[in-house]
Design a protein around this ligand. Structure first.
Ligand code: GN1
Ligand code: MG
Length: 372
């Protein structure tokens, strides 16, 4: 670990990296400054099985953070260090450092094998992340993600690569699901017939966004593509400070970012809740986030606004498909904590989708009320 760090352009003295248990894709470590007042860092081992173009991924992050930093400066913002992530390059000016095959202390991932790709960010001080939102913080979060989309609206699509090709393309996800079904690699297919049926019966409806895109009716914007509550850092006063986890920033439908937030935050249960009765849509959180989001996302077309409740269902559906695909494949993508974890996740996401279907009209009424 110390050897890895020594390749980055870190000027001050730091302590040994301490593993953190956040996220289900990359491995993360905190690297504290030895002297108070000096910079601390956030070290990550990038999951290169998932992000296969690490160079492109890191270039994306550099372009996005540079762009946002310029916007913040132009807007006369202060405390910019805490409002946008800053990558620390290696001593030879690269955005990541590659190590040979090996096991790394503290690595708890079940998917990372082989060589390591490492990156370092400056740690944002005195910032907190939240796993749960309140209506008040949801409104501020809606503003923050809406502002993020606005800040990136003039960054040309061509500047960014798709760090995971077709990441939020449901047609592609269904194709992967079909391949997993055909292979049945883990021999689990026969036990999940009800889930397969639930997915198949909604295919047509869920591919609507892709069809509208092909017809030229639904545009793409640069999105965050992982708008979970815990991907936003809040300051001491509970105000959103900085949006983090920029790995999946890429062009897509605004429905993705809106829907993914609702999937993770406007759910009274957990993403992997074993008790399905805990899972309902929290309409108070829905309304608060939507209010904040609509305040900032003034660029939305009428169709995009109308489709926001559909976006919630689409993202819950997509996650149902992705978790079940991984379960069928024998758990090769997501980190799991117990053998049936991906199955539990699938059932919980499907229940959320069913709950969202029940309140779709109420969601529309809220959007109409807030749009007046
Ligand atoms: C993954 O590891 P994390 O929490 O940042 C995934 C998201 C899923 C999420 C489900 C690159 O994100 O798309 O919504 O798990 N990220 C990737 O919790 O696949
Ligand atoms: Mg993520």
């Amino acid at each position: 670990m110390e050897n890895i760090l020594s390749h980055f352009a870190i000027q001050n003295e730091v302590s040994a990296p301490q593993p953190l248990t956040i996220g289900i894709i990359n491995d993360s470590y905190i690297v504290r400054a030895k002297k108070a007042g000096e910079k601390s860092y956030f070290l990550q081992r990038i999951n290169h099985h998932i992000f296969q173009n690490v160079e492109g991924l890191q270039q994306n992050i550099q372009k996005v953070t540079d762009h946002i930093r310029r916007k913040l400066i132009a807007a006369g913002e202060t405390d910019i260090r805490r409002k946008v992530l800053e990558l620390v390059p290696t001593k030879d000016g690269k955005l990541y450092y590659k190590t040979p095959e090996g096991d790394y202390e503290g690595s708890e991932s079940n998917v990372q094998r082989g060589e390591g790709y490492w990156r370092v960010y400056v740690l944002i001080e005195n910032a907190r992340s939240q796993e749960k939102v309140t209506p008040a913080s949801a409104e501020l979060t809606g503003e923050a993600f809406g502002r993020f989309q606005c800040q990136l609206a003039d960054l040309p699509f061509g500047e960014l690569c798709e760090s995971i090709p077709n990441f939020h393309n449901i047609e592609f996800r269904l194709q992967q699901f079909d391949e997993a079904l055909a292979a049945d690699a883990a021999g689990r297919k026969s036990a999940v017939a009800d889930l397969i049926e639930a997915i198949n019966s909604r295919r047509d409806e869920m591919c609507l966004a892709e069809r509208l895109f092909r017809e030229g009716k639904l545009p793409k914007h640069i999105n965050h593509c992982d708008t979970k509550v815990n991907n936003i850092l809040f300051d001491e006063a509970g105000r959103p400070l900085c949006i983090v986890d920029l790995d999946t920033v890429m062009p897509g439908f605004v429905l993705s970012d809106f829907g993914d937030f609702m999937r993770s935050a406007a759910n009274t249960g957990k993403e992997d809740d074993q008790n399905l009765d805990n899972i309902h849509v929290d309409l108070e959180i829905f309304e608060a986030y939507t209010r904040g989001y609509l305040k900032q996302a003034t660029f939305l077309t009428d169709l995009e606004k109308e489709l926001l409740p559909y976006g919630c269902r689409l993202l819950s559906y997509m996650q149902t498909v992705r978790f079940l695909t991984d379960y069928l494949n024998g758990d090769t993508y997501y980190k799991i904590q117990y053998p049936e974890h991906n199955l539990v996740r699938t059932r919980a996401q499907l229940r959320l989708l069913e709950e969202q279907e029940k309140v779709a009209d109420q969601m529309t009424q809220i959007i109409n009320k807030l749009s007046k």
